[in-house]
Structures are given as structure tokens and as C-alpha cells.
Design a protein around this ligand. Structure first.
Ligand code: PMP
Length: 437
């Protein structure tokens, strides 16, 4: 088969390639992307669409960015990869320095991982090794809140929402973790301390078995795009400290400005014991994640036999990924212009999206930082909506009842207006259809 024609390439893809969360035998339609530049994806056939997803939270500076391209190109000429066991290199050292500078002073040790899920696995392993080193071997379980999402690998799955999460099919095969009620008070709501009673009871009952509590700070992403009150995190931090439980902040989606702060933990001014980053770390150029550990965690793990942390993937600290991550962080922090731009994006998303909250079919509209969410009353028909979005010149991938966007920060006002108008158009149309039925 000649794969040079788009139709044949798509047919081959359909017959042989497994896509995320998709059937192999009857996959949903896929669009063929030929290239991407700025906020635009160039589809085969000539259509250009604005990426409202930043390739799943990652491409914060858009595509084909000259500075990021140059960082990769320069690093390629030095070396694309060397093993990290017994060897080190400037891109990893520079990236670790930047991550340590950006995060609270206690987080002094960086472990590079291959993907977000692996960074979560690493954090969970560190928590277990920490209590092993302290001789508190009863602390082997993990606690979390409902509606969370932490990745698709085994232990990461075990702390995703057990009922509505994508992993319920694996049921009893997964390690059984402890789940508290999800945070209730919205980000800007009136804080009600009684919200902590359920989580407090859980921790009081099981603290002697719990090694760590893992949570997505402020924004519960794939578990429902929910924005919760910073006070929840502050109370959780206090509970964890009081009961000798490590707090793992999963900032894989929220890290690097997305919620309006560099890290979402900053909304609550808390410091976790372990912090996971990924996704936007490389500006969406390639896969890389990291787990940052507080000194007490890293030093305790190293203080008792076997005196090492038992993890070491082949592509750990890949120089190309580290080099582009350094360049991406520099783009974020130089001149401090990105936080101001995110505040403008937030304002425009608010003004553009809030009017649809009055439609009958819409349950709720919420915006935080560069994230805009329209929650519908009924589950949306993704197969029907996606062509409509493309028709409107935009790329979105709704799930469940949620139509949402987290655009690249480089999006300009006109492009953002096109994105917002496209969302509103499609929602109005879909609201109309739902009203009829
Ligand atoms: N944690 C969170 C909060 C995430 O949103 C994701 C990815 N959607 C992950 C972990 C897993 O990251 P990855 O897909 O890179 O394994």
C-alpha cells in the first residue's frame, strides 16, 4: 500500500495503530496532522485549526518555537543521549538547578523520569522506601481523594478515582488504596471547615498504615476538571504533618503556570514532601518528567540499607529533553511576562465562556488561569462534536460532560477569540439539540 496519500496513511493507522483510550478494531476517526506552528495544527487537506488542548497540557509555547527548536538542534550536535548511571551532563544539571530554584527551598533533590505516570510511581516508591528506612514498615498504603487522576501505570492507576476513573475494569487486581471524599468547596467558594471531617476520620483511622497522601493541587484534571479551595490543601498539609504522612503533590498537569501560578501549590502556600512534574516541562517537545523530593525524604532513603533509591530507567535525564526543558523554563521565567499573559487569557476565557452558563444544557462554566471548562448536563457525543470543532477551526477533545480548553500561552487575543467563539458555537448548537430531545 502506498502510504504517501493521506487516505492510505489514515487507513493504515486505522488498521494497525492503537490510539489513547481507543478500540483497536473499531477506532474513532483520526485527523492527520502534517505540521504545527504557533497555535495551529496543519491538517492534511489544508485545514488549519487552533489547538485548544496544548497537546494535553504540554505545548505551552505553541509549536515549532524557534527558541525550543534551537535548543534541541544545539544539543543534538553535542549528544542526543548518554546513560545516566555513572555519567552526567550539563542539560540535566541545568534543568535540576532551574527546578530547585522554582520550587520551595525544602525540595532539593530531583529524580528524572520518563513520563508523568512514571514520576508518580517514583514518588510512591520513594514514600515506601522512606518509611522502610525509618523502620516504620507498617506504612505501606496510600491515601487520596476521589475524582483524582495520576496516570495509567499500575500504582498510579490505583490512586485514580476507583469508580468514575478509567481504570475500574482492573478492580481488585490493583493495590487497594484509601479514598477520602473529593474536595467540595470551589476555588472561589466560601470555605467550610467541616469539609475536612471525612478526610480527617480516614487519616485518624489509618495513619499508622499510610505512607503518603497523593493529590492534584487545586485542579482535579482528568477526574472532572474541578477547581477546589486552597484551604483544603492547607488543612491536608497540616493533617499529613501531624500524622507523619508524606504529601505528594501531582503537578503534572498544573505545573508551569497553567492554574495562574507557577505551581498550583502556591495558591495555598504549601510545600509538599514530593512534587511530580511532567507534561509542560519540555514545552511539549518530548516526554520527560521529574519527581522532586524534600531533603528529609532523600536523605532518609539514603541513610539505611540498601542506601540507594531503587529506580533507574534507560533514558533517565535524556539530554535532548533536558535541554529543551531548560529553554522552555527560561521562556516562562524571562521577563516574567508569562504570568501576566496567563491572567489576560483567564480574563478573556471568563468573559467569553461565562455567557453560556445560562443555556439549559449547561451545568456549569468555570475558569482558572489558562483553563476554561464548560460542563454540560449530559455526556457529550465526542464523535459528533469533534467534526463540529474542526469546522469552527479549533481542536478540542471533550470527555464525559466536559468541553474544555487549556490553550498555549502564546495564543493571541484574536486566536483566543476564535477558540472561544468556536466552543460557544458548538455548545449552543449541541444545547439546541439536547433541548429538542
Ligand atoms: N498526573 C496527572 C495529574 C495527569 O494529568 C497525568 C496525565 N494526564 C498524569 C499524571 C500521567 O502523565 P503521563 O500521561 O505523562 O504518564
Amino acid at each position: 500500500m502506498n502510504l504517501e496519500t493521506p487516505a492510505n496513511a489514515l487507513l493504515f493507522d486505522r488498521n494497525h495503530i492503537w490510539h489513547p483510550y481507543a478500540s483497536a478494531s473499531s477506532p474513532p476517526p483520526c485527523s492527520l496532522v502534517e505540521s504545527a506552528k504557533g497555535v495551529y495544527l496543519q491538517l492534511a487537506g489544508g485545514k488549519q485549526i487552533i489547538d485548544g488542548m496544548s497537546s494535553w497540557w504540554a505545548a505551552i509555547h505553541g509549536y515549532n518555537h524557534p527558541v525550543l527548536n534551537e535548543a534541541i538542534r544545539r544539543q543534538t550536535e553535542k549528544m542526543s543521549h548518554v546513560m545516566f548511571g555513572g555519567l552526567t551532563h550539563e542539560p540535566a544539571i541545568e534543568l535540576a538547578r532551574r527546578l530547585i530554584d522554582l520550587t520551595p527551598p525544602e525540595l532539593n533533590y530531583v529524580f528524572f523520569a520518563d513520563s508523568g505516570s512514571v514520576a508518580v510511581e517514583v514518588a510512591m516508591k520513594m514514600a515506601l522506601q522512606y518509611f522502610h528506612a525509618k523502620g516504620q514498615t507498617c506504612k505501606r498504603r496510600f491515601a487520596t481523594v476521589r475524582s483524582g487522576y495520576h496516570g495509567d501505570t499500575w500504582h498510579a492507576m490505583s490512586v485514580c478515582d476507583p469508580v468514575t476513573g478509567m481504570h475500574s475494569i482492573f478492580g481488585d487486581s490493583l493495590p487497594q488504596q484509601l479514598f477520602a471524599n473529593k474536595p467540595q468547596t470551589p476555588f472561589n467558594g466560601v470555605w467550610d471547615e467541616s469539609e475536612m471531617s471525612n478526610i480527617t476520620e480516614l487519616i485518624e483511622q489509618y495513619h499508622s498504615e499510610i505512607a503518603a497522601f497523593i493529590i492534584e493541587p487545586i485542579v482535579q484534571g482528568a477526574g472532572g476538571m474541578r477547581f477546589y479551595h486552597p484551604q483544603f490543601l492547607q488543612c491536608l498539609r497540616k493533617l499529613c504533618t501531624h500524622y507523619n504522612i508524606l504529601l505528594i503533590a501531582d503537578e503534572i498537569a498544573t505545573g508551569f503556570g497553567r492554574s495562574g501560578k507557577m505551581f498550583a501549590c502556591q495558591h495555598a502556600s504549601i510545600t509538599p514532601d514530593l512534587l511530580c512534574v511532567g507534561k509542560a516541562l519540555t514545552g511539549g517537545y518530548m516526554t520527560l518528567a521529574a519527581t522532586l523530593a524534600a531533603s528529609k525524604v532523600a536523605e532518609t532513603i539514603s541513610s539505611a540499607a540498601p542506601h540507594v533509591f531503587m529506580h533507574g530507567p534507560t533514558f533517565m535525564g535524556n539530554p535532548l529533553a533536558c535541554a529543551v526543558a531548560c529553554a522552555s523554563i527560561d521562556l516562562l521565567t524571562d521577563n516574567n511576562c508569562v504570568p501576566a499573559r496567563i491572567a489576560e487569557i483567564e480574563q478573556q476565557l471568563r468573559e467569553g465562556l461565562l455567557p453560556v452558563r445560562h443555556l439549559d444544557a449547561v451545568e456549569n462554566v468555570r475558569v482558572l488561569g489558562a483553563i476554561g471548562v464548560i460542563e454540560m448536563k449530559k455526556t457529550v457525543d465526542i464523535a459528533a462534536l469533534q467534526p463540529a470543532f474542526i469546522e469552527n477551526g479549533i481542536w478540542l477533545r471533550p470527555f464525559g460532560k466536559l468541553i474544555y480548553t487549556m490553550p498555549p500561552y502564546i495564543i493571541d487575543n484574536n486566536e483566543l477569540a476564535t477558540l472561544i467563539n468556536g466552543m460557544v458555537n458548538v455548545v449552543e448548537n449541541c444545547a439546541f439539540q439536547q433541548k429538542k430531545s
